[in-house]
Design a protein around this ligand. Structure first.
Ligand SMILES: [Zn+2]
Ligand SMILES: [Zn+2]
Length: 504
């Protein structure tokens, strides 16, 4: 069956069957992650209550049984039964259900929860509960807003855990994440009822997405991030285009950052409005020819009146400019694939979505950053990479790193993408790059080692040792061997964050 058969957005029992068979063959080979991937694709294409849907849920229950996720196994058995499976399948499932319940009774082993590790290292900020209380926003006449710490920070400190305000799952990854909240839920997702390219972690997320953007999305086949933000913003403004215009154009309102609002009161009811304002106050990227496509974008046809269309168009351009310099990529290290013989850890890096972080966007760039970011489920965790003294500015990297790219290349890259000349310590002092150093090969090729989240004590020990080495030698920076340890830590943290019990 050729791949081109797939009509984007449409349910198709042929495709559902194709991916079901693929999923089964992966399951037979004990490739659990790939089995779930294909079974999810099958679910996306399957008609509600069809034979394919029943079989996909039944097979998914088997995968979860094999990887000892008994609760998830039971959920999938229920989903298959709810779809109305026939007696023979029912019998197999009932047997599995009984085994599951039996095993759950005896099973005292705790499923490792990455959030038991990824926690703020300091008390939360008074108004921003997901940020440590030592983080402050300051203003500089030359480089604008910047984040500082009011206490000394040591490697491994977690200073913020932010959930994206606006987010989108890329079309190639819709079977891996909830389209509404980006949670992976160990791939235990339910398919969209409206389209073949969306899954959700819960019925609640499906309902929220349907009311928000999903209906239009189905019509437009695939929606881009800027359009999704436009539709969600309108929703926040009660579909009132003039209200949206007044908000974004009010100079007082549009200069407010996340630090100007109180996020501690969950009952507040204004979170969405505040998030929209904080997003709107972010720095604008340059106006480029790339923005011309907005003039004729099909999403504008949804606005009946010329007046509304013009406002929507202007806001779309603003969103696109904000995204061009503030958008976070949701990268993820997927388990090694069967047909992938590349041993490099980085080869499994996938871009599965994009996210807007009203707090995270306030970090400035350095080619030798002090802060790393790690994606844990649907949140971004900001972790201290190397010691930062009280009063110093905090930096992440927007991409370029002194270890990989020469100074002039970094300058060119940052100018082209972010429209600034970098004056970070690495650029000013011309730190040596790894290519001219004997350690270069090691630095650049971190092997996919045997670390899994099940080896809890091992990675905890190693991280501790590494953090001590970085802290103890911080005066020797820039040191390539220290940089290598910092990258190794990122690898260890990714293994903890992934927390997948898949055998691969
Ligand atoms: Zn969700
Ligand atoms: Zn730089």
């Amino acid at each position: 069956m050729c791949e081109s058969f797939a009509v984007p957005g449409k349910k198709s029992s042929l495709n559902a069957r194709k991916f079901l068979n693929l999923g089964r063959s992966k399951l037979k080979k004990l490739k659990y992650f790939e089995a779930l991937e294909n079974l999810n694709k099958s679910l996306c294409y399957a008609e509600e209550g069809s034979k394919e849907m029943i079989e996909a849920y039944a097979n998914r229950s088997e995968v979860y049984f094999m990887i000892k996720e008994y609760e998830k196994c039971l959920e999938n058995i229920n989903l298959a039964i709810k779809c109305g499976c026939d007696a023979s399948v029912n019998e197999v499932l009932k047997l599995r259900e009984a085994k599951c319940n039996e095993l759950l009774k005896d099973d005292n082993s705790q499923v490792f929860n990455p959030w038991s590790f990824f926690k703020l290292s300091y008390p939360p900020h008074e108004k921003l509960p997901y940020v440590a209380n030592c983080i402050e926003l300051k203003q500089h006449e030359l480089f604008g807003r910047y984040l500082v710490t009011t206490r000394n920070l040591t490697p491994g400190d977690i200073i913020a855990i932010e959930e994206p305000f606006f987010k989108i799952v890329h079309t190639s990854s819709t079977h891996l994440r909830c389209s509404n909240c980006l949670k992976a839920n160990k791939l235990d997702l339910i398919p969209s009822r409206l389209t073949s390219s969306g899954m959700f972690c819960s019925e609640q997320c499906q309902t929220m997405a349907t009311g928000n953007f999903h209906n239009v999305e189905v019509d437009l086949r695939s929606i881009e991030f800027a359009q999704k933000i436009l539709l969600e913003s309108l929703n926040i403004c009660d579909q009132n285009v003039d209200k949206l215009k007044a908000l974004i154009e009010d100079p007082k309102q549009s200069s407010q950052t996340v630090f100007d609002f109180d996020w501690s009161d969950k009952e507040n009811g204004k979170f969405k409005m505040h998030g929209l304002l904080a997003f709107n106050s972010l720095q604008l990227g340059p106006i480029t020819d790339d923005l011309d496509y907005i003039e004729t974008h099909p999403v504008l046809d949804y606005f009946e009146y010329e007046h509304d269309r013009e406002i929507a168009k202007a806001y779309l351009i603003r969103i696109a400019r904000i995204l061009s310099v503030n958008c976070y990529s949701l990268d993820w290290w997927s388990p090694k694939r069967e047909d992938d013989d590349n041993l490099l850890f980085s080869s499994n890096k996938m871009k599965i979505g994009s996210a807007m972080l009203p707090f995270g966007s306030l970090f400035n760039h350095s080619c030798a950053p002090s802060i790393d970011r790690m994606i844990v489920d649907n949140k971004f965790v900001f972790i201290v990479r190397r010691s930062v003294c009280k009063g110093e500015q905090l930096f992440i990297s927007y991409g370029p790193s002194f270890i990989r790219e020469p100074n002039d290349f970094r300058q060119m890259n940052l100018k082209a993408h972010f429209d600034f000349s970098c004056s970070c310590e690495a650029c000013v002092a011309n730190f040596p790059i790894a290519f001219s150093h004997p350690l270069s090969r090691e630095v650049l090729t971190i092997k996919d080692g045997p670390i899994t989240s099940n080896d809890e004590w091992k990675w905890k020990e190693e991280l501790k040792k590494n953090y001590q080495a970085i802290e103890g030698n911080h005066t020797k920076f820039p040191s390539l061997s220290l940089w290598k340890i910092m990258d190794r830590n990122l690898y260890l943290l990714a293994a903890i964050a992934r927390n997948e019990p898949f055998v691969f």
